[in-house]
Design a protein around this ligand. Structure first.
Ligand code: HEC
Ligand code: HEC
Ligand code: HEC
Length: 426
């Protein structure tokens, strides 16, 4: 048996014991939903912007459902759970929740009724949010139309269906409490840290987790992780794109939903990015400033533009005459939008594939996802949509195309096990 699974079993046993002796948490008395007029228009507007950064509606909306009515399935290694209805409906939503009940859920991961919440709800990050921001979020949620919407029953096997084991999990892994600024850092850095570590919950996807689903710490912080079949790249020193990120480029990516020097925000990053584009310049610059402190030291002295031109010239200078299978597929399926000339762009931004991070990454996952499933929901509509090719290209064609892009555009050896990956990600 692997060492990690032994540790996991030991820790689970510990959780069960702590859960057994943990006393339940108290219930907070229900209230009548507050009248929407009791909140100022300013508080509601601020709350809306905060909710966009916290991705509340991304998780708390089912496919085709009304915003914030919950019911979205979250598939975890421990089973499937469903998000709750966050509209102020008294019976199925949070209409009966006082501000104190809402604040306790966000800060401590306990529901109004006193049940432990699962950390698929990122309270481990939301605990850092200051009271005044929580008040604005509450004003925003409580002024939405109340919609009756039940949530499906969770499908979690024993012991994970016992909410009380979360008392043990919290004891082991939950560092509760609002953000503490670091005195030796300036105000902008601290503001960025507050947003990234709190409401932004960026590490929820960009940090690998241990066998019990807690984010790893130390050098694994922001070391990259798998989410929903995508790779959320490392945001720390192990991030090695062909053109290094820096503070200005991060800001640009947050502001626009794509970077000329890296690519688009696709997959699970697209809705996150849509929320980022609604934030103020000052806040996005602060987040970039904070995250830049995790990046590796910059090597070389070429500007991003010089490096991009170098990569593009190398690619287009050596591009094989399109006689191979992959090249022919590229010409037929991709070239119209991803051409390398100066002719007008057909649709949205023309991403330069020669510099795309996803062609240079250690795994083909994100490139395959984009080819198979397209980008139907870009961070901003102006970026354009990319069609899905899952139905028109066979597995063999996707493999040939991917190999061509990797070898001829990125100039790197083909990824191993492509056939297997394509079949899996389809
Ligand atoms: C990554 C997905 C995700 C995001 C983002 C998210 N939530 Fe949730 N949230 C969940 C899940 C899953 C649950 C249910 C947890 C459970 O049943 O233990 C939940 C539960 C809650 C609850 C408890 C509700 C109840 O009826 O018990 C509140 C309150 C809440 N979320 C508020 C928010 C707010 C406010 C935001 C945005 C700032 C937000 N959530 C963003 C996944 C998410
Ligand atoms: C729901 C999961 C999720 C969350 C939350 C999330 N990300 Fe991402 N992020 C991803 C994925 C997946 C990608 C890869 C997207 C692609 O290839 O188009 C990505 C890509 C990125 C990139 C580009 C990295 C590279 O080298 O190409 C940056 C920068 C980034 N995210 C920053 C952030 C920040 C800042 C936050 C918090 C505000 C955040 N992310 C929250 C999943 C997430
Ligand atoms: C109809 C135009 C169109 C066609 C055809 C098209 N794309 Fe795209 N592609 C786009 C647009 C627009 C984006 C950027 C979307 C965004 O920013 O949300 C994009 C983005 C991408 C990305 C970057 C994703 C990331 O995470 O950075 C890759 C890689 C890509 N396309 C590969 C391909 C390949 C391979 C083909 C052929 C099978 C193809 N595209 C065909 C329009 C197209």
């Amino acid at each position: 048996m692997k060492k990690t699974s032994l540790v996991a079993i030991g820790a689970l046993a510990a959780l069960a014991v702590v859960g057994m002796i943990a006393t339940g948490q108290s219930s907070i008395a229900p209230i009548d939903p507050p009248a929407p007029e009791s909140f100022s228009a300013e508080a509601i507007a601020r709350g809306q912007q905060l909710a966009a950064l916290g991705d509340c509606a991304v998780c708390h909306t089912r496919d085709g459902g009304a915003p914030l009515t919950g019911g979205r399935a979250m598939v975890t290694p421990f089973g499937t759970l469903y998000t709750s209805n966050l509209t102020p409906d008294r019976d199925t939503g949070i209409g009966a929740w006082s501000f104190e009940a809402f604040k306790r859920a966000m800060r401590a991961g306990i529901s109004r009724e006193g049940d432990y919440l699962y950390p698929a709800f990122p309270y481990t990050a939301f605990t850092r949010i200051a009271d005044e921001d929580l008040r604005d979020l509450y004003a925003y949620l409580m002024s939405r139309p109340a919609v009756k919407a039940d949530r499906p029953n969770n499908r979690l096997p024993f012991p994970f269906n016992q909410r009380r084991i979360m008392a043990g999990w919290n004891f082991l892994f939950f560092d509760k409490g609002i953000f503490q600024p670091q005195a030796q850092r300036d105000a902008a850095w601290n503001r960025g840290a507050y947003l990234v570590e709190g409401l932004g919950h960026c590490s929820a996807c960009h940090t690998p987790r241990n066998a019990l689903g807690a984010e790893r710490t130390g050098k694994d912080r922001f070391a990259g992780a798998t989410v929903d079949g995508w790779q959320a790249p490392a945001l720390n020193a192990s991030n090695k794109p062909p053109i290094p990120w820096n503070q200005a480029l991060l800001y640009d990516y947050f502001r626009n939903g794509f970077s000329r020097y890296h690519g688009a925000a696709a997959g699970p990053m697209a809705p996150v990015s849509a929320g980022l584009t609604q934030q103020s310049d000052t806040d996005l610059r602060a987040m970039a400033r904070y995250l830049a402190t995790f990046l590796p030291e910059q090597a070389g002295n070429l500007s991003p533009e010089q490096r991009a031109v170098e990569l593009e010239q190398r690619t287009y200078g050596t591009l094989q005459p399109v006689s191979g299978r992959g090249g022919r597929i590229f010409n037929g399926a991709c070239m119209a939008c991803h051409h390398d000339g100066d002719s007008p762009k057909l649709n949205g931004v023309r991403l330069s594939l020669a510099v795309s991070n996803n062609l240079h990454a250690a795994t083909p996952d994100n490139l395959l996802q984009v080819i198979l499933h397209g980008i139907g929901d870009p961070a901003r509509p102006e970026l354009g949509y990319m069609p899905a090719f899952g139905n028109s290209l066979s597995d063999g064609q996707v493999v040939a195309l991917t190999r061509y892009l990797r070898e001829d555009f990125a100039g790197l050896p083909a990824w191993p096990d492509l056939e297997f990956k394509v079949a899996k990600l389809r």
